[in-house]
Structure formats: structure tokens, C-alpha cells
Design a protein around this ligand. Structure first.
Ligand code: HEM
Length: 283
């Protein structure tokens, strides 16, 4: 049964070209490509410099010191909330779709590496859990990813564009993720030989891992850093130089800004929750 068989071991047993050594070399090259692409992106967009300057500016405008204990707490919260449970998504469908895509990808990539480095020459010795998880990971990514592609992404859900309209730079990440896992599944289901589906699987994966400097791939490294930074600037009161939440009826505030009672009366009405008045259906 294909779902509990190591497709990489089946391939290496049937092919003289795709030996375990070739597969291991490919994985190492892809890892190097992601690292190089991410570092180039950091340098090219000057994001490290931006983060450093933003932190300095935040410290200058800070209204209070954030202790190192508090920082550690925020780090843990960033990991448990924004990273592990995609808490930044207010729209529950986008959140669920992201969780499926993210965990699907992690499980698929991790089991690919373990099956290639540990068992590519040993089909019978591969623990059945590994290929099972590999297939489940690919299916999870496909469920979350196709749901996102056909119904959730902003172009379709909010802008009303048809699902087949492609913006190459914006869509290359999701499309190459989907192509990689779709062709991986088709390759495995059809016997894991060195045929067309294998060629398409490798081509999509190579595209995914070598286009990091143009695609949204590196967001998985940058978003956690940005989420942590956001927690710190909210805790130290610097708030990126944005005004705080004011009570318009406060006497102190009205003395500071005398035009408030002039235009809005002594007791300005509560303007309500603004953008949060509506459920987060669009973005
Ligand atoms: C294995 C890791 C991950 C995968 C495969 C993944 C996948 C995706 C995909 C497919 C999108 C939609 C991109 C698009 O608009 O085309 C997305 C968006 C997003 N991801 Fe991830 N993600 C991963 C990790 C993370 C992590 C660790 C975080 C946060 C800590 C994160 C936060 C976000 C956010 C906030 C968006 C919305 C971006 C926006 O609309 O501007 N992701 N992710």
C-alpha cells in the first residue's frame, strides 16, 4: 500500500541515477539555497538594519523599561501564539487554512529529510509512520493551500478576481508549494518511479526552494521576529510613535486639545470600535 511505503527507497531501488547519495546532495543544496536566499533578502531589503533602527527608535520613545524576564515571557507567547497557532489571523478560515498549510509543509519537509537521510536505501526498514506522515503532511498542505487559492486569498475573496488570475511574484510561493505536494502525491500514488510526476515534483520543489529572494517563502522566518517586536513596542509604550487610545471625554485631554469640545461638544460620543465593528471577513 503506497501510503505506508517510503517512495524515495522505492525510487532508489528501481533507478541507477537517483541513488541515496544523489538525493542527499539535492536536499543539502536546497537547504543552502534557502539559507542563501534568506540572507540575501535580509541584506537586499536592509531588514536587519531596519529592525535595529526600529528597536533603537522604540527604546528612545519608550515610556517604561521592559525587563528581560518580561521579554522572555513575550518570546514564549510569540512562539505559542503567533508561530504555533497563527494567532495573527482574525479570520478563522484564513487561520485554519494557514495552520493546515504550515503544519502540512513542516511534516512533509521533515519526513522527506528523515526518509532520505535515514532510509533511502532501505525500503523494508523504514518505520511505516514516516511515509504515513509524509502523505498526511502533503494532503494537509493541499487542503489548506487549495482552500486558500480558490476561496480565501484576498484577490478572490475580497477583490472579486477569478481564481485562475495569477500575479506571478505574489503567487509563486503558494503555487510552488501546491505543485510540490500535488506532484509528490501523484508520484507516490502511481508507483514512485522516475517518470513524469517525479520530474514535475522535483521541478516544483527546486522552484520553491530557489526563488526565496523573490517569493514569500522567507516570511516564515521574518514574521516571528516582527510579531515579537510588536509585543515589545506595545509593552514599552513606544507604540511605533502612534498615538495611544484616548478618552475624548477626559478633562485633561480636552485641556490639551481645546478643539475637541469646540467640534464635538463637552461629551463627545463614543465613535465605536472603528474597523473592528465588522467581522474580519476580508483580510
Ligand atoms: C512552514 C511554515 C509556513 C508556511 C508553509 C506558510 C504558508 C503561508 C502561505 C501560503 C501564506 C499565504 C501567502 C500569500 O498571500 O500568498 C501565508 C501567509 C501568512 N503567514 Fe505563513 N507560513 C508559514 C509560517 C508562518 C509563520 C511561522 C508565521 C508567523 C509567525 C506566519 C504568518 C503568516 C501571516 C501573518 C500571513 C499573512 C500574510 C499577509 O497576508 O500579508 N507564517 N503563510
Amino acid at each position: 500500500m503506497f501510503i505506508v511505503e517510503n517512495p524515495f527507497a522505492l525510487l532508489s531501488a528501481a533507478s541507477e541515477v537517483f541513488t541515496p547519495g544523489v538525493m542527499k546532495t539535492y536536499i543539502v543544496l536546497m537547504i543552502l539555497s534557502v539559507v542563501a536566499g534568506t540572507l540575501f533578502d535580509v541584506w537586499h531589503k536592509k531588514s536587519a538594519k531596519y529592525f535595529a533602527e526600529n528597536t533603537k527608535r522604540g527604546k528612545k520613545n519608550a515610556k517604561r523599561e521592559v525587563s528581560s524576564g518580561e521579554r522572555s515571557g513575550m518570546l514564549v507567547k510569540t512562539v505559542t501564539n503567533e508561530v504555533l497557532t497563527s494567532s495573527e489571523f482574525s479570520n478563522p478560515k484564513r487561520r485554519l487554512s494557514h495552520l493546515l498549510t504550515m503544519y502540512g509543509f513542516i511534516v512533509f519537509v521533515a519526513t522527506t529529510a528523515i526518509m532520505i537521510f535515514g532510509y533511502a536505501g532501505d525500503a523494508a526498514g523504514t518505520p511505516t509512520l514516516l511515509p504515513l506522515l509524509w502523505h498526511v503532511g502533503a494532503i494537509m498542505l493541499c487542503v489548506g493551500g487549495y482552500w486558500f487559492w480558490f476561496a480565501i486569498r484576498v484577490d478572490v475573496a475580497a477583490e472579486g478576481n477569478p481564481w485562475y488570475r495569477i500575479a506571478p511574484r505574489a503567487d509563486m510561493f503558494i503555487l510552488s508549494l501546491l505543485a510540490t505536494c500535488t506532484f509528490a502525491l501523484l508520484w507516490s500514488v502511481t508507483g514512485a518511479s522516475a517518470g513524469l510526476f517525479f520530474a514535475l515534483f522535483v521541478a516544483s520543489a527546486t522552484f520553491l526552494f530557489t526563488t526565496v529572494i523573490w517569493s514569500k517563502f522567507a516570511h516564515m522566518f521574518f514574521k516571528p521576529a516582527a510579531a515579537f517586536e510588536k509585543r515589545v513596542i506595545q509593552a514599552d509604550g513606544s507604540n511605533e510613535g502612534l498615538p495611544g487610545d484616548f478618552d475624548l471625554t477626559s478633562k485633561e485631554l480636552q485641556e490639551k486639545f481645546p478643539d475637541i469640545p469646540t467640534y464635538m461638544g463637552e461629551k463627545p460620543a463614543d465613535m465605536g470600535p472603528g474597523i473592528r465593528r465588522e467581522a474580519a471577513r476580508h483580510y
